[in-house]
Design a protein around this ligand. Structure first.
Ligand code: SD4
Length: 340
């Protein structure tokens, strides 16, 4: 494991309601309608479309960008973008090939949210690679927003999804090795966990997001993280912006991280400052923060993006202005700082 360096990040507290004056009032914001088309001039000013995703996932952002460039919706783009990672068996944190739970079963959590504020999710889904597409079906074809476990699988099969064994030989071998000690320390890799959260703004300026994961490696059977939970792993408000998370889901859930970031942006914070404040919220409440990772990405209606994490080695991939780029994130925990 690479060595991490840490320095303190100060001055983040006290951001909040006071920042509201810097932004649009709620009344002004609510006058804006969802899915309002933007003029060509505005499209250019914002450099639309834009895709941002957690971690180094150039193929996923490229797929999303291609779809957006054809003038299709942000919803279509984020679904198809994250599907690239779900299908990649080498990515052991998403979809097929994901690290199983401690009983050797791969369970997936995923959600999707569109620019109208509609949302769909599946929790602890088994044997279906494209959990995000099942989540979209929940959103579009049922009167519900969340389906879990057996019921989610039954719904997926009835909807035409194929049943597959998601445990690859590699993941099985690693699980068998883990079983020798069976040490219950569910692991979130600080440096490169590829749970993918993706946010996109299409040519019309509308936002959508998706998040999909196999969750913590060797988790307890039935454990569900933040990735499929509205407001925690993902939140989209087409009037304001969108945010998504990666890392230790328990901490994101406890602070309702993605919703918090969108609400901070509503109060006038930039996506960057909002991500930093949401990380600070976790750090302040959990002195154990040196031992886990959480990373956030966000976008606002101006097309500005932000990203921040607790630990070093978080990165995001942004496709903007025709350039697909992996960017290393700034981070909170810098151990050379004696005050941390
Ligand atoms: C979870 N947040 O299940 C997910 C895992 C993750 O980077 O994102 N890891 O807690």
């Amino acid at each position: 494991m690479k060595r991490r360096k840490f320095i303190q990040r100060a001055g983040l507290s006290g951001i909040g309601i006071a920042a509201a004056s810097a932004g649009m009032s709620c009344a002004e914001q609510s006058k804006k309608t969802n899915d309002a088309p933007v003029s060509e001039a505005k499209e250019q000013a914002l450099n639309l479309p834009i895709v941002i995703a957690t971690w180094n996932v150039p193929k996923a952002t490229e797929k999303a960008w291609e779809i957006l460039n054809k003038g299709k919706s942000a919803l279509e783009a984020v679904e198809q973008g994250v599907m690239v990672e779900e299908a990649d068996e080498k990515n052991q944190t998403v979809g097929k090939g994901g690290i199983p739970d401690r009983d050797g079963i791969v369970t997936l959590d995923s959600c999707i949210m569109n620019s109208n504020g509609d949302y769909g999710a599946v929790l602890a889904l088994e044997n279906i690679t494209h959990a995000v597409s099942v989540a979209r079906k929940v959103m579009e074809d049922t009167p519900h927003v969340v389906l879990a476990g057996e019921g989610a699988k039954k719904f997926a099969l009835e909807s035409g999804f194929m049943e597959e064994d998601l445990l690859t030989d590699d993941s099985r071998k690693q699980w068998e090795k883990w079983k020798l000690k069976s040490e219950y320390k569910p692991i979130i890799n600080i440096e490169n966990h590829d749970t993918i959260g993706m946010l996109a703004m299409d040519k019309s300026g509308n936002l959508s997001g998706a998040c999909t994961t196999s969750g913590m490696g060797y988790k307890m059977r039935g454990r569900v993280g933040d990735s499929a939970i509205i407001g925690a792993g993902l939140f989209v408000d087409n009037e304001i912006g969108a945010a998504t998370a990666t890392g230790l889901g328990e901490e994101v859930l406890k602070t309702v991280g993605s919703f918090l970031i969108v609400e901070l942006m509503r109060q006038g914070l930039s996506p960057q400052k909002a991500c930093e404040e949401a990380i600070l919220r976790i750090v302040k409440k959990n002195r154990d923060f040196k031992n886990f990772q959480v990373g956030y990405i966000a976008i606002n209606k101006k097309g500005e993006t932000g990203y921040y994490s607790i630990q070093e080695w978080f990165s995001c991939t942004i496709y903007k202005n025709g350039v697909n780029k992996n960017i290393k994130s700034d981070y909170y925990y810098k151990p050379s700082d004696p005050e941390q």
